[in-house]
Design a protein around this ligand. Structure first.
Ligand SMILES: [Zn+2]
Length: 172
């Protein structure tokens, strides 16, 4: 078999040896494809037997070249990765979980953090409840980030605020 790449749609075609040097039609798009006259050499030359002390690196085997192109036409390949991937990553149908996630992340900011951490915790719990009732919305991970970050930073910033107030009163 000879491996030929279609110049039009870049589909890889396996052409029987007997068609070497001839022109045929691509199975995918029907474009004219010329089959090379000779098949690729079976492997790199045997450098161990040569007398030269420093042989140059063997050239890239031609079989590796078609790998640079996607095995399927790009329009076909892009469909499943964008449709399934984005929905799983961003719970657009569960806004509470999404907002809780961002509030949770931004509750890292000192001072402002306490204002953001409390709603992050509340919206995270709402988002988790919503995700449990509507499993197709996929917001659980985002809701948990909101709950954990919100709860953690409510304690940290709240605790620091109380410590600051206590020390301010004690020093009066
Ligand atoms: Zn083609």
């Amino acid at each position: 078999m000879i491996e030929v790449e279609c110049p039009n749609c870049h589909a890889k075609l396996n052409v029987p040896q007997q068609y070497a040097g001839q022109t045929g039609k691509c199975k995918g798009c029907g474009a004219a494809v010329t089959v090379p006259a000779a098949a690729a050499p079976p492997g790199p030359p045997d450098w161990a037997l040569a007398d030269e002390p420093a042989p140059p690196p063997p050239p890239m085997p031609p079989a590796a070249q078609p790998a640079a192109y996607p095995p399927y036409p790009p329009a076909y390949q892009a469909r499943p990765s964008s449709a399934g991937g984005m929905d799983a990553l961003i719970p657009t149908k569960n806004p509470n979980a999404l907002i809780a996630y961002y509030l949770g992340v931004f509750s890292l900011i000192p001072c402002l953090g306490l204002i953001l951490a409390i709603p992050a915790l509340i919206l995270g719990l709402k988002g988790l409840k919503f995700a449990n009732e509507h499993p197709e919305t996929k917001g659980k991970a985002h809701a948990w980030v909101g709950i954990i970050m919100g709860g953690l930073f409510t304690l940290i910033w709240g605790g620091l605020l109380i410590m600051f107030l206590v020390s301010a009163i004690a020093h009066q």
